[in-house]
Design a protein around this ligand. Structure first.
Ligand SMILES: [Zn+2]
Length: 248
């Protein structure tokens, strides 16, 4: 059952749960994720990043995505094919054309004004086609271990700025930077739950946690209680793919 990201996350908000958003790199990985979602009867936000394009099973992007769409749209669970971390508006345009039902514009490394401008343009491209938009404020870093909050405060979401950003852009979901990192955590993850609580109080749209691999079950449960509605996951899945390949 194909839904928009906004619809899936609205249902999650009503039920106070989060929906998993795993990245796939190949058709077989996409199929395994879809089968698992059906087995456990869970909604699914199946995510793809253009950085995996060189690994596509078929040469043409539109054909590849069409095959994945046919697989996921046949699934009985609520589902959405989502483009993860698009840094360019061309990627957003292309994703809308080939039939993604939601996109993430990631201009979080840019200054606030530029992030706002890019996000507004992404919304202008996507919304008229019924495609939802996620954006990120602050910065979810890659593999830097846990943050030392006072030193890198600028990398975190400012709750009041987050509210303004959401209101001005009309986005459907907001990715938060609260001490979560992409890839492996070095040391114990230190999640700023007070900040998450404040962001949730300020912002009306559902919140997204990137870098959920290795963050720990307790932290995920607490984050969902405090308003996280989409859980992005890649490293844990790809690590398990590799360890199974080694065993076989
Ligand atoms: Zn991410």
């Amino acid at each position: 059952m194909r839904l928009s990201l906004a619809q899936i996350l609205t249902q999650a908000e009503e039920g106070k749960y989060a929906v998993i958003a795993p990245d796939f790199t190949s058709l077989s990985m996409a199929k395994a994720i879809i089968e698992t979602a059906e087995e456990v009867n869970s909604p699914l936000i199946l995510s793809y990043s253009t950085m995996f394009k060189p690994m596509m099973d078929v040469k043409r992007y539109d054909k590849f995505i069409q095959i994945v769409r046919d697989e996921i749209e046949a699934a009985s669970v609520p589902n959405c094919l989502h483009l993860d971390h698009a840094s360019s508006l061309d990627d957003i345009r292309e994703a809308v054309e080939v039939g993604f039902c939601s996109v993430m514009i990631d201009a979080s490394v840019e200054p606030w004004e530029k992030n706002l401008e890019n996000t507004l343009q992404a919304v202008d491209i996507a919304h008229p086609q019924g495609v939802s938009v996620e954006s990120e404020l602050g910065q979810v870093m890659i593999g830097v271990g846990y943050y030392k909050q006072k030193k890198v405060d600028a990398l975190f979401n400012d709750p009041e700025k987050a509210r303004g950003f959401v209101e001005l852009t009309g986005i459907d979901a907001l990715a938060v930077a609260i001490g979560n990192v992409h890839g492996a955590y070095q040391g114990k993850p230190e999640i700023d739950f007070d900040r998450l609580k404040k962001i949730d109080q300020q912002v009306t749209v559902p919140l997204v946690l990137h870098g959920s691999s290795g963050i720990g079950e307790k932290n995920i449960i607490k984050a969902v209680r405090l308003g996280i509605r989409k859980i992005n996951l890649y490293s844990e899945i790809i690590n398990s793919v590799h360890s199974n390949l080694q065993r076989s």
